[in-house]
Design a binder for this molecule. Structure first.
Ligand code: SF4
Length: 237
């Protein structure tokens, strides 16, 4: 086996560069780059999905992204047909606009489904809602948080019917840092309301960058704590 791995490494070290990229393709025609995932929770690809991706790689380009998605460059004139084909094989197209996007873990390949009902509820409530910028909401279904939710704009880390909520990560660049823990042990019955308040406050603010909004809004934790307290007492704001 060692010899095979050595040969494999040698081949990889030829460091091939791509012939077709989004930028190169766009020089001769109009292409759109779609962010595509194997599913919203499932991370395994099916043969049908790979067959379609192989065909799309022939026609355009398919690239793996730093954000665990595939970037699929397709001719803009056939975009509707391509989205239909992706839908048929169950590939998820992340909305290409400023909106909330949930980034879920895979629930241990579907073996730990305790948090699935609340994840489904949050997906229905928040996925694609328009915001000033695209805001990634990481949903990790246990405290191992192995899908690095704390590196997303907002992180929801589930544990036995409650969530710890983090926000304001800077995922890349020289100032990269994890999100700050804003609330602990938010009961799952109240997380949708709390998340709504957080996103509404952000959208109403004068600040574009989400991490800057979290840093500058010194009253945020207090506002969310008060809301949580009111919800716990059955009141409304
Ligand atoms: S965050 Fe927890 S439940 Fe989700 S995939 Fe990782 S270990 Fe499994």
């Amino acid at each position: 086996m060692e010899e095979l791995y050595r040969a494999n490494f040698k081949q990889a070290m030829l460091l091939p560069m791509p012939e077709k990229t989004y930028a190169k393709l766009n020089k001769n025609d109009e292409y759109t780059c779609l962010t595509v995932r194997s599913g919203i929770i499932n991370k395994h690809f099916t043969p049908q999905q790979f067959a379609l991706l192989a065909s799309l790689a022939e026609q355009g380009a398919v690239k793996y992204s730093a954000n665990h998605s595939l970037l699929v460059s397709v001719k803009t004139e056939i975009l509707p047909q391509i989205i239909e084909q992706l839908t048929v094989v169950g590939l998820y197209v992340v909305p290409p606009r400023a909106c909330a996007v949930l980034k879920c873990c895979d629930f241990c390949d579907g073996d730990r489904l305790e948090a699935l009902p609340i994840a489904t509820e949050l997906l229905n409530a928040f996925e694609k809602i328009p915001l000033k910028r695209r805001i990634r909401i990481g949903f990790n279904a246990c405290t191992s948080a192995c899908y690095n939710a704390v590196q997303d704009d907002v992180a929801l880390v589930y544990h036995r019917g409650h969530f710890d909520l983090y926000a304001g990560a800077i995922p890349m660049g020289r100032s990269a840092s994890s999100g700050k823990k804003i609330l602990t042990r938010v009961p799952e019955a109240h997380i949708e309301e709390i998340l709504s308040v957080l996103l509404e406050l952000y959208n109403a603010s004068q600040t574009e960058k989400f991490s800057t909004f979290i840093k500058r809004t010194t009253t945020l934790e207090g506002q969310l704590q008060r809301k949580l307290h009111q919800l716990a007492e059955g009141g409304q704001i």
